[in-house]
Write a protein that binds this ligand. Structure first.
Ligand SMILES: NC(=O)c1ccc[n+]([C@@H]2O[C@H](COP(=O)([O-])OP(=O)(O)OC[C@H]3O[C@@H](n4cnc5c(N)ncnc54)[C@H](OP(=O)(O)O)[C@@H]3O)[C@@H](O)[C@H]2O)c1
Length: 304
């Protein structure tokens, strides 16, 4: 790796977080709160604007750039491929080039959707990718661009959850189900999609741990441990909440979706464990998020 040495981050330099109004970004900024964090949402830094990215990264001179910006509308991407590519691929290329030019370490988040979902055991980082939708292809390309930055970390996450009840932005599947359960509504959940749900607090902590440890560059699956179908995940959340809401089973074939969803997309986090960062089980994460001991002052709350 020329011009870049894997090592601990220079603590005097700031951590730059892009896409800072997003869900995961809130948790990431919190995980680095004892460092100087420069958190820039889209109006402050549009990552598709190459000149602005170059200028901002040079001015901030961060030790690490953590890219939380993304175009996440999986259905919308089928009609707006250029918008998805602009953020998920070319925006990442801008950040990778700027990080390389300044010696900052790039951390970028990707997705289980880079796989085709035909597996029968959790995907590892070395498994072949085969994106099935425009969103998935744009994220796949983003991975390639990110890895061009010396020292880059590409962290694949999936099925993120953990928003607080007063979160005002868009919610992920489990967050949306939990909001309906809180008001006693029944929820529909797939019985034939297998996932590894990922608590954003745990993802953010693991991100911090990898950065602090100067982890070897490459792809890591940063998900909670275990796997389940969506109806089981929803049932666990309902149980912890103590709600009367029913989980209504549905299958992929019953829902018209233009962008194909991978049916089996559990990710193995064995590489992360081997690197010294075991992740808690997803049931434990749901308990910490929704259980009686969940703290009121959770990072999503103050920042929405
Ligand atoms: N959520 C999941 O379950 C999931 C699953 C797999 C992978 N991931 C990945 O995890 C990462 C974090 O996801 P998330 O759920 O936290 O996303 P999110 O809540 O949708 O946040 C994404 C943020 O990116 C911002 N953004 C969009 N275009 C931008 C641009 N051109 N320049 C700067 N900022 C821009 C958005 O701003 P606006 O609000 O102004 O558009 C938004 O604040 C992403 O890489 C995502 O692809 C998420």
């Amino acid at each position: 790796m020329r011009g870049w040495r894997v090592g601990k981050i220079e603590v005097l330099k700031p951590v730059l977080v892009t896409g800072a109004s997003g869900r995961l970004a809130t948790f990431v900024a919190e995980a680095f709160a004892d460092r100087r964090v420069v958190a820039l949402s889209r109006p402050a830094l549009d990552i598709f604007d190459a000149a602005a990215v170059r200028r901002t990264v040079a001015e901030v001179a961060p030790a690490v750039v953590i890219n939380c910006a993304a175009y996440n509308d999986v259905e919308g991407a089928e009609d707006h491929a250029s918008a998805a590519l602009a953020v998920n691929a070319f925006g990442v290329r801008n950040l990778a080039r700027a990080a390389a030019a300044t010696g900052a370490r790039l951390v970028h988040y990707s997705t289980d959707f880079v796989f085709d979902g035909e597996a029968d055991r959790p995907y590892t980082e070395t498994d072949a990718t085969r994106p099935q939708s425009i969103y998935a292809a744009s994220k796949w390309l983003g991975e390639r661009f990110a890895l061009q930055a010396p020292g880059a970390l590409v962290l694949r996450v999936e099925s993120l959850f953990g928003c607080s009840p007063d979160w005002a932005g868009p919610r992920g599947s489990l967050d949306a189900m939990v909001e309906r359960m809180r008001i006693g509504q029944d929820v529909k959940a797939f019985t034939d999609r297998v996932v590894t749900p990922s608590y954003m607090e745990d993802v953010a902590r693991a991100t911090r741990a990898l950065v602090d440890a100067g982890a070897e560059s490459g792809i890591y699956h940063v998900v909670n441990s275990g796997l389940a179908t969506w109806d089981r995940v929803a049932a666990e959340a309902a149980h912890v909440l103590g709600t009367e809401s029913r989980i209504l089973p549905i299958t992929l074939s019953e829902v018209r979706m233009r962008a194909p969803r991978p049916r089996y997309c559990a990710l193995s986090n064995a590489k992360l464990t081997a690197a010294g960062f075991p992740m808690p089980e997803w049931q434990d994460a749901i308990q910490r998020w929704l259980g009686p001991r969940a703290l009121a002052g959770h990072p999503g709350e103050a920042r929405t």
